[in-house]
Design a protein around this ligand. Sequence first.
Ligand code: G4P
Length: 532
Amino acid sequence: MSASVSDPESQREIRKRRTFAIISHPDAGKTTLTEKLLLYSGLIRTAGLVKNRRGKAATSDWMGMERERGISITSSAMQFPYKGAMINVLDTPGHEDFSEDTYRTLTAADSAIMVLDAMKGVQAQTLKLFEVCRLRGIPVLTFINKLDMPGRDPLDLMHEVEEALGIQASAFNWPIGSGKEFAGVIDRRRDEFVLFKKTAAGGAHQAELERYRPDDPRLAARLGADLLDQALHDRELLEVAGNAYTQDDFLAGKVTPVFFGSALTNFGLEPFFDAFVELAPSPGPRPIDLAEGGEGRVDPYGEFSAFVFKIQANMDRRHRDVISFIRICSGRFTPNLVVKHHRLEREIRLSRPHSMVAQDRNTLDEAYAGDVVGLIGRDLYHIGDTLSVTGGFTHKPMPAFQPEIFARIAPKAPSLRKRFDKGMKNLIAEGAVQLVKPVDGSHDSIVGAVGRLQFEVLQYRLEDEYGVETRLDPLPYECSAWLEGDPKTFKPTTSCLMARDQRGRLLVLFRGDWDKRYAADQNPDHLLLDFA
Ligand code: G4P
């Protein structure tokens, strides 16, 4: 595809983009780290945690910004400049908000930051999200957080990252002390000891740094003999035994650069953020399917193209919009742009009612490859839809993610069956939940999701948009897998359920992980896949 964002200014803008998502287990410190990125970018002047209405930590400044903009900025993407780069942080909700959107958001990212709690290491939800990064070839940087608390041995944590994720870990900085003694980090690339001065207000302001050469005589006085000895010993050990790092291996997902710090006290953040901007890639070519057959790649500096990665219904009754978030993969977006909607086989103008909400609901007037834009328009967009100026190709289809909760759903009033069916058809096509049909026809249609919130949204939208109240009966299955191999020779477990997903592929529902592992053991000639 020929390059067509030919003006140097637009090319510079695209090169500046760093579009990433944070993957972590709840409570590892994602919110705090994001807030501190805003602090270090100068977007907020002070950081201080307050509880918002849902009991989750957020900052007062940050929440004020949300109020001003009239939309939850945490619901999509935040954009702000940091030292010459333009940062796009994509939100990957955790906790009870965890849903297929969390996974899908990763498909819109060019890199990911994995935040680990130094006490807990790699936890379940991190593993799942990492798996998606691996599947999509998204390079991952690792930030090991909460070094201000007594935690595990840093070497131990590095090993766990390698073992659990099957990736090499290369330390970019190394902690000097931990817990109350956490004094700084060794910046391994510059071979400097970076020491922190404690901030008076416990992390409300940027931490001041002092940089020393390792042989600086002042270090002994600053750190004390024991801490300095330990740090010099660690530095030597890493020189000999540490993993090498190359940018190519990082981009290929073979190695993750590791950083240690404390998001709460701001220790180690600036060196990490600076390294992130340097290492994380700007938007690159993306794989596409050509309409005439075959595959290709879209050039980020080419004509405008984008795909829909997330559809969100505003649950707030005062703003009843359904917003479809697109990730721009190539070119420049301006209001009133006329694009081809590949699935609908028609042209649409991206103006009102398709107003933009990615950054500022009213004033966004241009966006570039790497950016996220919100479009308003019901029934127009499905997950995975491609919009482009030239037409003739689609971005690769969105993968489906293993549903982990299942339920039967039916209209409360049988007379509303037709309306219910229509609503279900639209919402399933849009990607709100997955439809699962048992092969033996024993149940009515079953819906599957990766998080409970998806069912709540489904019920809410059926009532709000289609006027149908529904009854939801949960089913006792807790995980599933797509079956690859001859179904006739597959030996199912007694409690599993064989079904087909909406694309007709065989999906096996299990009562639990144990059952699933047992089925895998019993069927060595078949594959049980978590993504399809
Ligand atoms: P999440 O978005 O990943 O769920 O995590 P979040 O940032 O909300 O942090 C979870 C808890 O961990 C919060 O404490 C937060 O203050 C704390 N935390 C985050 N980073 C650090 C760190 O570097 N060191 C220490 N010691 N704690 C950290 P909380 O008690 O749940 O909330 P709050 O009462 O402090 O607001």
